[in-house]
Design a protein around this ligand. Structure first.
Ligand code: NAP
Length: 359
């Protein structure tokens, strides 16, 4: 652990009841989401990024030498000399928490191994999201689901796994958060998803340029199931799923970052009341360094917003933008898929875990 010196972060000074920084590592540190983790953690006020892991292809080399930095922010030079280690608890024994940006097929076993070794795992991968004892958390929507950590510990595990949702699901549930106080039944959604959502190697340029691909494997199923768990109720040791239905149609479009979606919601409420709910929305948590000023930004007058190019970096990429709310009830939501939809969501979860003293 390094000494705790609350620095300036996201335009604010953050203090926390910590005597030391918490040592953290990133699994899959060279990938699209892994690089976002490195960017967000390089100057974090509570977390000391001490260890980076990737595949055997990258292990043993300095991060600065092997990473192909593709973010449009400068490479954090102080991280360059960290030697990439293999993805194992033995190679990362000094960390208290790891962020996982591993492909799902690899994450399943690896994340269990870390949790069994007493290390907290905040994961982006889909592998464990729907397991009953694993919390699937968006701090603004269901912070109380972190109670499932105790269920994991009661089963004899020293560490634990906490997951964040799929990148489209999180944009939709965050946009729905201000409307939760109203009763609603069905939700239908059509997404327009950025190519960075498929990772660096995901979509060939020849396939996506001048094109729309009306299929993203497993994406619709994830939106339809994860939403109900996140918006469900923690009762004892389990989450009872929310009772409404979600019907999703997911599409890949030639946008680099930012998932946009048209949402229809069956809600018997005058549209003016919904506008007020968006305008007055205050999330149930505060004081987390990565939390934006506005979790949901509501465009009330502008007819042509949100747009990914103009709005994805609102709140340093953590704000979900909502606009075009109209009779139907219909609206458009948009959020940054590798920040709010992936690395930023995980870091926010880790901050909530720290604040709730689960570490
Ligand atoms: P990616 O760009 O393909 O990166 C994969 C990372 O995993 C690389 O660092 C790679 O290391 C490492 N890796 C691959 N095989 C490995 C192995 N056998 N052992 C250890 N490490 C291995 O993928 P990504 O887009 O960042 O996605 C990462 C995870 O986040 C996925 O589960 C994805 O579904 C999820 N996710 C992505 C997004 C998004 O918007 N992109 C959003 C939400 C969730 P090497 O460089 O050494 O090969």
């Amino acid at each position: 652990m390094g000494f705790y010196n609350p620095p300036y972060f996201n335009g604010k000074h953050y203090t926390q009841d910590l005597t030391h920084m918490i040592n953290v590592g990133v699994l899959g540190a060279t990938g699209a989401v892994g690089q976002r983790f490195v960017e967000l953690l390089a100057d974090h006020p509570w977390f000391n990024l001490s260890t980076l892991a990737a595949s055997e292809r990258s292990a043993g080399q300095p991060y600065g030498k092997i990473v192909n930095w593709r973010l449009d922010t400068p490479f954090p030079e102080k991280i360059a000399k960290i030697t990439v280690v293999p993805t194992s608890p033995k190679a990362m024994k000094d960390v208290d928490l790891v962020f996982s940006a591993l492909p799902a097929d690899i994450a399943t076993d690896v994340e269990n191994t870390f949790a069994d070794a007493g290390i907290a795992v905040c994961s982006n991968a889909s592998s464990h999201r729907m397991e009953p004892a694993i919390p699937l958390v968006v701090p603004e929507v269901n912070p109380e689901h972190l109670g499932l950590i105790d269920v994991q510990r009661d089963s004899g595990r020293d560490g634990f796994i906490v997951t964040n949702p799929n990148c489209s699901t999180i944009v939709m549930v965050t946009a729905l958060a201000p409307l939760r106080k109203f009763k609603f039944s069905d939700v239908r959604v059509a997404t327009m998803q950025a190519i960075s959502g498929a990772g660096f190697a995901g979509v060939a340029a020849m396939a996506i340029y001048d094109n729309v691909i009306p299929y993203i494997g497993q994406e619709e199923e994830k939106m339809e199931t994860e939403t109900l768990k996140i918006m469900g109720t923690l009762k004892g040791n389990k989450v009872a799923n929310a009772s409404f239905k979600v019907s999703a149609s997911c599409h890949r479009v030639p946008v680099i970052d930012g998932h946009t979606m048209a949402v229809w919601i069956d809600i018997k409420e005058p549209v003016e009341n919904l506008k007020t709910a968006f305008r007055d929305y205050k999330p149930p948590i505060k004081g987390l360094p990565t939390q934006p000023e506005e979790s949901v930004h509501f465009f009330e007058e502008e007819k042509d917003r949100p747009q990914p190019r103009l709005d994805r970096m609102r709140g340093n990429g953590m704000t979900v933008s909502v606009g075009r709310l109209r009779e139907g009830i219909r609206f458009v939501a948009m959020g940054h898929n590798t920040i709010r939809g992936a690395a930023g969501a995980s870091v926010l979860n880790a901050e909530l875990i720290t604040k709730k003293k689960y570490l």
